[in-house]
Write a protein that binds this ligand. Structure first.
Ligand SMILES: [Zn+2]
Length: 126
């Protein structure tokens, strides 16, 4: 098994299993980000367009966190606290999602996920 062997749709869930989602595109564009929120979350994210990621169940468990420009939407399970996905400020038609939530994914597949330097995304003066 490797990262390209997962069949579509990818199935994702939070830790407690209340939030379930599906992604209709391969794991791709893997990255970490060093903006003030992503560096605290610390997960490796993949990319899906807004019509490729669907919440299957547990939408009522999702809490949305917004800050600063309030363009990005950071979603996490209100029961277990796991960050599942977020709508990006850099492109609100895109989601970043937590690849560790994907069924069948193995952390050992990630040898060296690059990080994008988004320190400038951390704070915008209004
Ligand atoms: Zn949960």
């Amino acid at each position: 098994m490797n990262i390209n062997d997962l069949t579509l749709p990818l199935k994702g869930s939070c830790h407690c299993g209340n939030v379930k989602f599906e992604v209709n595109t391969k794991l791709k564009d893997l990255r970490r980000c060093n903006c003030s929120i992503c560096s605290r979350k610390g997960f490796v994210m993949s990319t899906a367009s807004s019509d490729e990621l669907k919440i299957i169940s547990g939408e009522t468990y999702l809490n949305k966190y917004q800050w600063n420009t309030e363009i990005a939407e950071h979603y996490f399970c209100s029961k277990c606290g796991i960050n599942t996905h977020h709508k990006r400020r850099s492109d609100p038609k895109q989601y970043g999602y937590n690849i560790a939530c994907i069924e069948g994914f193995e952390m050992s597949w990630i040898k060296d996920a690059p990080y994008v330097d988004n320190t400038k995304m951390s704070i915008i003066k209004k």
